[in-house]
Design a protein around this ligand. Structure first.
Ligand code: ADP
Length: 311
């Protein structure tokens, strides 16, 4: 694998329009090689469109884009040789066997037959599908199909792998197997660009996260920095009636209120025990629901809001 000397991807003022709707609105970002870069945002934020521009599937309407030092628009063939793409939908050939799916894809990259067989064996072991190699893909579970899709994206030993919601619809065990494989790829120095709706996934896997909304970048940072800067360290959840609620709201800074609905108040703070104690000392005796660590999900809800985005 060749490690690019410059950024793995670099976008400056990237724009994509569909009619008069702007899907990607002057995005600027740089992705360091070897990083797991998370692209997060509510439905319709422009994540898939950005991914599609990065992997030569959609043209852009403005700005500059370089992926592994190449412009996806002018050098799609050269770039595709060095990229792996795991699409959101399962797009395997369901009637072919697991191994055949890999071999067909290897042909597409011009990999000689013997090398393709060796590579397929290696990748089947990597995604723990060796014993299913001769089964038709339609007989595999969703988790296995997703692992095969990842294996297929690696057939050309890519330097950069783009994964659009790679664990959507998988059960917790299957998600964890995918995570392990992605961690291993990252350890090998492969750059990963991941879009996901699962905040725990992004928190666990990503070195850096960009949150987009309505085509704009609204936050950019490491998961830890985003959590600390946007929320804090802990969340104190209290059961309150309207009088208690008003009393508490008079005692705490407004930015600490994370959620305030249906008799439940969530307060972001550095130390929940200290806050709870100080509220008690001020005469507020609300029932404790619980204390938890602040998470990326809290960041996401705080900055993108709680209203449904059905796009
Ligand atoms: P996300 O992946 O964050 O959910 P998308 O990139 O799919 O967002 O979509 C961004 C916006 O562009 C949305 O408003 C969506 O409806 C619109 N859009 C995406 N693809 C198309 C398309 N092929 N034709 C028209 N509008 C599109």
């Amino acid at each position: 694998m060749i490690t690019p000397s410059g950024p793995a991807a670099h976008a400056v003022d990237l724009v994509k329009r569909y009619g008069d709707r702007i899907a990607v609105d002057h995005l600027t970002f740089e992705i360091a090689p070897g990083q797991c870069f998370g692209l997060l945002g509510p439905n319709g934020a422009g994540k898939s469109t950005t991914m599609r521009m990065l992997c030569c599937l959609t043209s852009r309407d403005g700005g500059a884009l370089s992926v592994l030092g190449l412009d996806p628009e002018t050098h799609p063939r050269q770039l595709k040789q060095r990229l792996g793409v795991v699409a959101q939908d399962i797009n395997l050939d369901l009637e072919l066997t697991v191994r055949e799916n890999l071999l067909v894809y290897a042909r597409y990259f011009g990999i000689p037959r013997a090398a393709a067989h060796a590579r397929a064996d290696e990748l089947l072991a990597f995604v723990q599908l060796t014993d299913r190699a001769e089964d038709a893909v339609e007989r595999l579970s969703g988790g296995m199909q997703r692992r095969l899709q990842i294996a297929r994206a690696l057939i050309n030993d890519p330097e950069l792998v783009l994964l659009d919601e790679p664990t959507t619809g998988l059960d917790p065990q299957a998600r964890r197997v995918v995570w392990e494989r992605l961690r291993e790829l990252r350890e090998r120095g492969v750059t990963l660009i991941l879009s996901t709706h699962y905040m725990d996934e992004a928190e666990q896997l990503c070195d850096r996260i960009v949150i987009v909304d309505e085509g704009h970048i609204i936050r950019d940072g490491t998961p830890q920095d985003l959590i600390r800067n946007e929320v804090g360290r802990e969340i104190l959840a209290l059961r309150v009636d309207s009088m208690l609620r008003d009393h508490i709201l008079g005692q705490v800074p407004p930015e600490s209120i994370l959620d305030d609905a249906e008799g439940r108040l969530e307060l972001a703070c550095e130390n929940a025990e200290v806050l709870h104690e100080s509220l008690r000392a001020a005469g507020v005796t609300a029932e404790l629901i619980g204390v938890r660590r602040a998470s990326l999900e809290d960041v996401f809800l705080r900055i993108t809001g709680r209203r449904l985005r059905d796009d």
